[in-house]
Design a protein around this ligand. Structure first.
Ligand code: SF4
Length: 451
């Protein structure tokens, strides 16, 4: 079969809310383009060689609507929903069968069914071969409910050949998945709904093989945020993984997420530092320690976690979500004071977003608090639900206040924050940000910046 894989366009955080850029005071360069997430490379790795594979990234290029295909497979997460539907409708109008899969279709299947011949729910490894066989016979089923108990011992290394050498990506680190599923089921996260509540850890040999096969990419972006959660099994996995990474002597940048619900084991933190991880992307938004600190003004445990990582020599890049049910307008100045008190001078802010499938989505749907199902707006830059203890306007204003006040209080040039996202030198030069070893400073205020 001739199969087209589509990664739909989506509107970026800054594209949809220009008030953020006004608050920072930076001109916008909103064409930041990253390589696709893991859905398509997992599918292509699972597709036998007898098929002819094609790929189109709507963020980068036109979709080949006039060409003939035997199957169009569209992978999407929530902010891509509108464009996924648009692409699906156009191919179906020409009689070309379309299957929708990924996080969004897995959690919003009835609506997706109106735009596709088939919807794939769950983990690709558990049903993609059946889809291919059915498509070949011209007998796609409306729903493939594959479930989410794939044995990750059999994890097939994602195959990025369709887009790895494509021109036009500004940001091209190796997006690495270590875990499937998560027992924590945080209110605004769709991982537990999509991949189940049992955490499955990939074999370390298999992860290392993927890293070694992709040494030509620009660093590693570890997509999972579970590595530093305080859990004995995770700790064992993390110690083993980072020991192997240290042995590899990996020289490029590594981006790792953590949160205030932190495993403070100094041996593990030091090992991660030894691997060359200098900054932790520290998310305040879903774990109980973070919520206690900012929503309930009880920061003791969070401050202990911050001290542990700062003592280990990490910088913290705080990513702070506001709009929990406990939040009142007090949270905004409190958050700025918190950052200042803890000497965190790199941060970004977002509004909590109840993606379909998450506990928050179910709760807000049940109580009639979802204000819009325009999924273009589900990117952290908009209020899409009725907050509990403040008005929509207060939450929107407080969110903009955070951006503005943070940059004013810390007197930071905006490129300091934007630099965090730019692992690639190509990307930096494109947006006018110089590498650290470049002494020459230019008037970057005149240059365009990206996020
Ligand atoms: S936010 Fe992180 S810890 Fe919480 S459910 Fe999602 S993956 Fe698990």
């Amino acid at each position: 079969m001739k199969i087209l894989f589509v990664y739909p366009k989506f509107r970026k955080y800054l594209e949809t809310n220009p008030n953020i850029l006004k608050a920072i005071g930076a001109p916008v360069y909103a064409e930041y383009k990253a390589m696709p997430s893991l859905g398509i490379p997992i599918l292509t790795a699972l597709t036998p060689d007898e098929h002819e594979l094609h790929f189109a990234d709507g963020n980068l290029e036109d979709i080949p609507y006039d060409e003939d295909f035997d199957l169009v497979a569209i992978n999407s997460f929530t902010p891509q929903a509108k464009y996924a539907y648009e692409v699906a409708d156009k191919f179906r109008a020409r009689g070309i069968p379309v299957i929708l899969g990924g996080i969004f279709p897995s959690n919003y299947r009835e609506d997706c069914s109106k735009h596709a011949d088939a919807v794939f729910v769950g983990e690709a490894e558990l049903g993609w071969h059946e889809v291919l066989a059915d498509a070949q016979r011209g007998q796609l089923k409306p729903i493939y409910n594959a479930g989410c108990n794939f044995d990750v011992e059999k994890y097939v290394i994602p195959d990025r050949r369709l887009f790895k050498h494509k021109k036009g990506y500004d940001w091209r680190p190796l997006l690495l998945q270590n875990f499937r599923g998560c027992q924590f089921n945080c209110a605004y996260c769709a991982i537990s709904a999509t991949n189940g509540k049992k955490m499955r850890m990939r074999p370390i040999d298999n992860i290392m093989q993927e890293i070694e096969e992709n040494m030509d990419l620009d660093g590693i972006y570890i997509g999972d945020d579970q590595f530093l959660l305080p859990d004995p099994e995770i700790e064992k996995h993390s110690l083993e993984f980072f020991s192997r990474l240290k042995e590899l002597n990996y020289q490029k940048s590594i981006l790792l997420s953590a949160s205030p619900l932190l495993n403070k084991n100094p041996k593990l933190l030091q090992l991660i530092r030894d691997c060359g991880v200098n900054t932790l992307y520290f998310v305040f938004g879903w774990d109980p320690v973070a919520i206690r600190a900012l929503s309930y003004n009880d920061p003791h445990d969070a401050e202990e976690s911050i001290k542990a990582v700062q003592d280990a020599g990490f910088n913290i890049f705080a990513s702070i979500g506001v709009g929990q049910d406990a939040d009142t307008p007090e949270i905004f100045p409190r958050t700025i004071d918190f950052l200042e008190r803890n000497q965190i001078n790199h941060a970004e802010f977002w509004i909590q977003t109840p993606f379909p499938g998450t506990p928050a989505w179910r709760k807000y749907k049940k109580t009639g608090r979802i204000l819009t199902e325009d999924f273009d707006m589900y990117n952290g830059a908009h209020v899409v639900y009725q907050p509990k203890k403040m008005s929509v306007q207060e939450l929107e204003d407080g969110f903009i206040y955070l951006w503005q006040e943070f940059f004013t209080r810390f007197n930071l040039p905006p490129e300091e924050v934007l630099q965090f996202y730019s692992m690639s030198s190509d990307f930096k030069s494109k947006v006018g940000i110089q590498d650290q070893n470049d002494e020459q400073k230019e008037d970057q205020g005149k240059q365009e910046l990206a996020i």
